[in-house]
Write a protein that binds this ligand. Sequence first.
Ligand SMILES: [Zn+2]
Length: 418
Amino acid sequence: MTISSDSTVTDPSADENQPWGFWRLLDSRIRPEDWTDAIRAATGCLEGLPAAEHCADSRRMMADILSEIQFGPNHWRLSRIKELYYRLVRPLLPNFLRTSLRTVLLSGQRNECALNWPIEDRYVRFQFEIVARLMAKRHLDSISYISFWPAGKQFAFVLTHDIETEDGQSFVREIAALEERYEFRSSFNFVPEQYRVDLDLIAELKERGFEVGVHGLKHDGRLFSSKAVFDAHAARINTYLKQWDAVGFRSPMTHRNPEWMQALEIEYDLSFFDTDPYEPMPGGTMSIWPFMMGRFVELPYTLAQDHTLMVTRAERTPRVWLEKVEFIRRYHGLALLNAHPDYLRAPRHLAIYETFLKSVSERSDYWHALPREAARWWRARAAANVKNGTIGKAHPAEGEFDFTVGSIRLADEGGIVL
Ligand SMILES: [Zn+2]
């Protein structure tokens, strides 16, 4: 698929990200002014967030939330001490020291973060409250919408991995085999100029139904040091994307900048998250669903990184992941995991990962997809034509997505149920 450069979607305030573009309701009785009123009425759910100050201008508010700009114009700049650490100190340290220094560097950060963790539900409740208000105003007991996921499944389940080092790369086959045992497939993101990338492995993974993506250019913390540096790196990243026939990207250490990243020739990005106070740039988009970020689809990761769960938090079970999956299912979101073969090499970590896979594999209420499939689905759903209550296929070239009509009801205890 090619992405048109004259896309009407150039920023997070685009229609696709507005509540009406998000919900895709199938009811001609709802008027534009109903949306305006409902959005304003539901803003109470966003209490304590800077974005709520712009409730009179929903486009601005949604852009502030999804781009994270609500946390200030310096949000994507690393503090001086972190910058020095990631560029100069970290590359020289052995792994075990990186881990403990990282923990020291990030300690205290969690309390400063404006968002809750591991579950940040304000934006999620806000979206649901909007529809509850719309239905109440129009006296509707139920309303139809285009289901969030194929076949009306209750959530999407996507597995992704970043390969940090040669050691991590040597463990990829092991992870792939484990996932195959539970009938899962995932994406593996390689760093093109950090270690000798095994092109045979890339070919084999694709052959086995896995996906391959790009994880920065090097892993040295410099990618976002200036716009000029980023642009120069982006040109080379784009070359690797083409060479590997890849369409997805995740930035090393989730350093990120939604504007600069528009230079990447990708269908989707994985560098953002709903909430994560443990990253060098903490924060989050609060969204447990994909959304449009300019020319590409953003697939925020919504499950804690393996490193955070197993090392920083020293959890011994996948409990935190499974509880989050339950929350995501309730709101029909995207459960997306960002894991690392480098960390999963430790047998006790791999055991937690396997318990998690086993537990999810026993359910039947989710759509398991590769990230590129999830991104294409989301784009197609946003563009699906609705005429006289039936849904047309907007992107016939993109494959056979079958949209289903879901039903939203008012719940007895208030709010809505999907
Ligand atoms: Zn990485």
